[in-house]
Structure formats: C-alpha cells, structure tokens
Design a protein around this ligand. Structure first.
Ligand code: ASP
Length: 372
C-alpha cells in the first residue's frame, strides 16, 4: 500500500486490537499474506504497550509537484507510518491515535491540550507503558518542553520526527520511529522526563534544540549534550535516571494560554517592538536578546516600563547556547526582570505562558521557577 493512501486506522482505544490492526497493516504494507503478530519479546516476556500519537510534520510528509525537493507536511497518518516499518511490531504492542495532521510551524495550544488530555487518559486507564509522539521538527522542542512541565508521570514520553519526508530517497523517518519505539518501550527509559529521539540520539526536553535547517543531525543539547544513544539493536543512557522532577504546572481547563511574545533583539533597535507587544495585550515578553540577553537602551527602557505595568519580562538570548545570568549588564533587580538561565527564547516563552496561567507573575517567583 503506498504510504500516502489513508487506511481506515484512526482511533484505537484498545492497545491489543490496535496492535493486531497495525500488525495486519504492516503485513499489507510489506506484502505478506498473514502477519506474525508478536505479543512477546524474543526473551518470552510480554511486550510493552506503546501508544503512538500522530500530530503531522515532515515525518508524515509527502512529495508534491512544486519542485524536486518540495513536500507537504503531515499527510500520512501515524498508523500508516508504523505500518510501513518492518519489524516494529516486534518491539511493542502498538496502538495509534491521530491528534492532528499539521506541520509543526502551525503547532498551537489546542493540539497541546489535546495531547495532554489523551496522554492523561492513557495514564489514568493504565492503557500503555509508553508514548511516542510523531511531530514536526520545527517546534518539537517547544512541545517536548511544554509536556515536560505539565505531565506528572514516570512513563516514557518520546517525541520523534524526521528531516526528510516519508517519500524522500533516504527518508530518515522509519529509522527514527523504530528507535523512538525502542526507547518508549524500554523500562530503563522511565523517570527521565520527556525525550526527543532523532538520528540515533536521545535528548532531554529542557536542553534539546533544532540547530540546522536541513541536516538529519539537527538536534543538539548545547551545554548539556544528549542523554543517550539508540540504534536498531541497542539503547544506552549516559547517566542513571534523575531523581529531580520538573515543576508540575496546572493546565487551565481550555486553551488559549496567556499571550507571551518573543522580541528579537538586533542592532539599531528602538522601543517600537516592545511597545507594540504591550499594545497587542501581551501578558509576558521574552527578550531574545543579543549576547547575554541584552538589548538597546530604548528596548530595555521600554521593557522596564512594560514590567512596571505588570507585563512579566524574561531576558533570554538569541545566541543559541550559554546561560543568561542576572544583573551582569542589565540591572534585573532594579528593573523587575527575570532571566531565562539556560532556556532558549522559545522554551522560555512556553514556561512563562504556563507560569502566568498559574498566577505566577511576580519576578522573583518567576525567577525561581526558571531555576528548577
Ligand atoms: N516544517 C516541518 C515541521 O516542523 C519540518 C519538519 O518536520 O522537519 O513540521
């Protein structure tokens, strides 16, 4: 069955029946008459139950006729992606739900809330032992960090994507998805928070960052490094699972989260962007500052005025690695700012949205939450 052809595999609530359906789909995809449906590992132990939640992205992308390398994100369902990977059903009993079918440049609060709802249901019903989320790479780090802050579970939650669409020569999606399944189904992945798997490498949500527009080796964790490595035959974590849990922040009953804007600092900058954000109704502003989170006098003065009016201001950096420390070049204590420490602007924005939604707006309380 061609990858782009939609099968009627949408919502599987029962891990076992979904596994059977995916086993059959896999057989169809690779041309077998009757699939071998593995309920046990080669060692004779029961296979872990893993729920795959599809959101879209290049991993589900399909070539289009616009140009040689053109494609559309999010065209292939998660169930069909799994069905095309020979042997993946020997790693886990797999079920799949489609949460959205979008390029992650369009990722939004609604999809985030739907993901959390579905994952919490799976946890509460003890349906599964692990979760894999297929996702575009552009905003994967933001979704991973969002989930890290709101999910209260030891269960492996693993985001996976690809840099090449499913129809490309040398598509990286199948190997990435196979490896994500290996991570999500492994007991040693428990208690490690939300993870990202791409290109044989495992990263933690707090540090992972997309660093290259096209390379399959795009994800890195500046300042921390990956937490482990995985390939089709092995899985290795570099450290024991950490005992410290992420701050568990409550989600409001429904989206949207409070508005937080990112202002990108640059040479010859005035106050206009900051003032515009305040006029638009931003409840928080993250500065993607130059260097150690700095900006022009005009922009810093405008940020100080915004903070005085109750807008929560967090200084981060556009540099891509390193800490933003308090009171070095900018007088944070005096101006009422918090700093993002090791969080890049896009992750600082996610945390600030959640903090404001939880009523945490006073700058020292915000600062404490960033330090966790
Ligand atoms: N634009 C795509 C997305 O984030 C890129 C990718 O998945 O690699 O959905």
């Amino acid at each position: 069955m061609p990858l782009g052809e939609e099968m009627t595999l949408h919502s599987f609530r029962s891990a076992r029946s979904a596994h059977i359906i995916i086993g059959l789909a896999a057989a169809l995809a690779i041309g077998l008459a009757s699939p071998a449906i593995a309920q046990q590992s080669p060692a004779g132990t029961a296979l872990a139950r893993v729920l795959v939640l599809g959101t879209g992205g290049t991993i589900a992308g399909q070539a289009n006729a616009r140009a040689g390398n053109a494609y559309d994100s999010g065209k292939v369902s998660a169930a069909n992606l799994i069905a095309a990977i020979p042997g993946i059903d020997r790693l886990a009993q797999i079920s799949a739900d489609q949460i959205s079918s979008i390029g992650s440049q369009d990722m939004n609060d609604k999809v985030w809330f739907d993901l959390v709802k579905r994952i919490r249901t799976a946890i509460d019903n003890k349906e599964v032992d692990g979760i894999v989320i297929t996702h575009g790479t552009d905003t994967m780090e933001e979704t991973a960090f969002f989930l890290q802050n709101v999910l209260d579970t030891d269960m492996p939650v693993v985001l996976v994507g690809s840099m090449r669409p499913s129809t490309a020569i040398g598509a990286d999606g199948p190997a990435n998805l196979y490896e994500a399944m290996r991570v999500a189904s492994a007991p040693e992945s428990r208690g490690r928070g939300v993870l990202v798997v791409l290109n044989d490498t495992i990263h933690a949500a707090r540090w992972v960052q997309k660093t290259n527009t096209t390379s399959v080796e795009t994800f890195r964790s500046p300042g921390a490094g990956p937490v482990g490595y995985v390939d089709t035959g092995s899985l290795r974590f570099l450290q024991p699972a950490a005992l410290v849990k992420a701050a568990q922040l409550k989600l409001p009953d429904a989206p949207p989260l409070p508005r937080v804007d990112i202002i990108y600092s640059h040479a010859n900058m005035d106050a206009a962007e900051v003032e515009d954000a305040v006029k638009r109704g931003a409840k928080g502003i993250v500065l993607a500052g130059v260097g150690d989170g700095n900006s022009s006098k005009g922009a810093i003065d405008a940020l100080a005025a915004a903070a005085k009016q109750g807008v929560v201001v967090v200084r981060s950096t556009r540099v891509g690695s390193g800490y933003v420390n308090r009171n070095v070049e900018v007088e944070d204590d005096k101006l009422g700012f918090a700093v993002s420490l090791d969080l890049n602007p896009q992750k600082a924005r996610v945390l600030l949205e959640l903090l404001i939604a939880n009523g945490v707006t006073e700058s020292s309380a915000v600062q404490q939450a960033f330090a966790r």
